[in-house]
Design a protein around this ligand. Structure first.
Ligand code: MG
Length: 313
């Protein structure tokens, strides 16, 4: 069997010093050109992933996130008109200086139960929040906390409030979305269906997440599916991407801990199907890490997993 050296010599690629010469075979050249031309993947991070490590030094934290390789970030630190206690324009500048683009933001309204009486209060909240986020230059604004939904009427009221928030954001050219946990996959049952079964395994009733998808206007409200929480809600993200195609332009990519390490999440299938149904961007989210590891080390491992993964564009 010929050695690599003999093989290269035969191809005329080995120079006197034993270095591979500048000329490459067409196959090698095109392969190399391909990898050189491949643009850096745009991978985002939900900053909540860093926990208190981020709060300790926000300017430095933003730099560290960019240094790992993340291009975009979705903060979860908007309180009373400020972002992590900075003026929003100041925070924007800090991120820019770090080389990070703030493309989204997680914000919850001040109430959980939506009623006819408080919907104006919620609407005013979104007006102010949208104004501040327009200054920040985000593409999307997302509500990550579930409102109280115990009936179909509650769901209808929530959808009305979501559509209103979407309208307010749209006027400022911001996409408004909703982020799920697992509670959205519980069912609400109409009075007349209580105690009935859909089939042998399934109780009667409608899954709240479906009511949200069906009751909101696709031109006003998108869904930032957290794929891990969907699985925790005993549902298949792929079925949703297919059934409600186009409603999931942004995802939260999350696993039990470091991405790809549990046996619970099939990220290859998730990305493949999500791209087919209109995925534009995604944010990594990390919560539980091993003892002895920092959150920054954890989010670096998550980044490396997606950066290496062939199924991530
Ligand atoms: Mg999430």
């Amino acid at each position: 069997m010929e050695t690599k050296r003999e093989f290269l010599k035969k191809l005329g690629l080995l120079t006197v010093g034993g270095m591979v010469a500048g000329t490459m075979s067409p196959a090698m050249a095109s392969e190399s050109k391909g990898s050189m031309a491949a643009k850096k993947k745009s991978i985002g991070l939900q900053l909540y992933s860093l926990g208190k490590e981020f709060y300790e030094d926000v300017p430095d934290g933003l730099k560290k996130v960019a240094a790992i390789g993340y291009s975009t970030a979705e903060p979860a630190g908007y309180r009373e008109g400020k972002m992590y206690n900075y003026e929003v324009t100041e925070f924007k500048k800090l991120a820019q200086d770090a080389g990070l683009k703030i493309t989204g933001s997680h914000v919850n309204p001040p109430v959980r139960k939506y009623t006819k009486e408080n919907k104006t209060e919620i609407s005013d909240f979104w007006k102010k929040t949208v104004d501040d986020h327009a200054k920040l230059g985000v593409i999307s604004l997302v509500q990550p906390g579930m409102p109280t939904i115990e009936s179909h009427d509650d769901a209808a009221m929530v959808c009305e409030v979501f559509n209103n928030a979407g309208e307010i954001a749209k006027a400022a050219n911001i996409k408004w979305g909703y982020h799920n946990h697992s509670g959205e996959f519980q069912r609400v049952v109409k009075e007349e269906d209580k105690g009935k079964q859909t089939n042998r395994w399934m109780p009667a009733g409608d899954i709240i997440y479906d009511l949200m998808l069906q009751g909101t206007d696709p031109s006003l409200v998108f869904f930032e599916m957290d794929v891990y929480w969907t699985v925790m809600g005993q549902q298949d993200p792929l079925e949703y991407f297919d059934k409600y195609s186009g409603r999931f332009p942004i995802l939260h990519i999350k696993d039990r801990s470091i991405l790809g390490q549990s046996g619970m999440m099939n990220f290859e299938n998730i990305f493949t199907q999500a791209y087919k149904n209109g995925l534009d961007e995604f944010y990594v989210e990390l919560e539980n890490i091993r003892e002895g590891m920092t959150q920054f080390e954890g989010v670096k491992q998550c980044y490396d997993y997606l950066d290496k993964a062939k199924f991530v564009k």
